[in-house]
Design a protein around this ligand. Structure first.
Ligand code: SF4
Ligand code: SF4
Ligand code: SF4
Length: 216
């Protein structure tokens, strides 16, 4: 959907595989981006604002990324970390069968989770009949700099945040940086290519979640 000076896409509503509900994030982001007056700011930067000048953002409920967050200026996808509780496991191995990443295996001591393979999609949680597996931390993975066209490239992972507010704040800070420091005629995708994310952090006061690898 094209809004006033930006475009936000999202995956289908009420998908049973969603790790995080993106509806509130969509509402907040739309409001904040509208307040940035992007159409007006882009008009000052370009002679004529074309579709390829618009910031493009994708929201996805889980790492499957059906709304293509990997090829947008900003991609936000939900994650949920599985955790093993004290509730006795039945040994059904439904979780291992459900995991497309082969991140779960059954050992003599019980279910073992390989956190290096796990992409926090939550598929295993939905099939566990006992509650041995339950939802741990939920949040958003933020990507930036993806595009299609003459020189396509996948978006890079910037980091992970826990709340809708943090995700919105990060995207708005990066866009504000572009509006203020991007050159006349400079497209957002080219600006993002050269952007040092630490610059966004230092200028916006964003909090990084360095424990999970956030670098902004
Ligand atoms: S990205 Fe995940 S939540 Fe969204 S439509 Fe695809 S599977 Fe469903
Ligand atoms: S969250 Fe997804 S990737 Fe991780 S163990 Fe469960 S099914 Fe596998
Ligand atoms: S799905 Fe649940 S009960 Fe079945 S093996 Fe996995 S953790 Fe155990």
């Amino acid at each position: 959907m094209r809004q006033n000076g930006f475009q936000i896409e999202h995956c289908r509503p009420n998908c049973p595989r969603s790790a995080c509900d993106w509806h509130n994030l969509l509402t907040m982001l739309t409001q904040k981006l509208t307040e940035l007056n992007l159409q007006q700011a882009l008009t000052a930067k370009f002679d004529s604002v074309q579709f390829h000048h618009l910031p493009k953002i994708s929201l996805a409920g889980c790492p499957n990324g059906c709304s293509l967050p990997d090829i947008k200026d900003f991609g936000v996808s939900g994650y949920v970390v599985p955790q093993i509780t004290d509730i006795p496991c039945s040994g059904c191995e439904a979780c291992a069968r459900a995991c497309l990443e082969a991140a779960i295996s059954k050992k003599s001591q019980g279910i073992v989770l390989n956190t290096a393979r796990c992409i926090s999609c939550g598929d295993c949680l939905r099939v566990c009949p006992t509650g041995t597996l339950s939802a741990g931390e939920r949040g958003w993975t933020i990507r930036y700099g993806g595009r299609v066209g003459r020189h396509p490239q996948f978006a890079k992972v910037a980091g992970q945040v826990l709340t809708d507010e943090e995700a919105v704040s990060w995207i708005c800070a990066a866009l504000q940086c572009y509006l203020e420091q991007g050159q006349p005629q400079e497209r957002l995708t080219h600006f993002l290519n050269s952007l040092e994310l630490s610059r966004v952090k230092s200028e916006s006061g964003q909090n990084a979640r360095e424990s999970r690898g956030a670098i902004f």
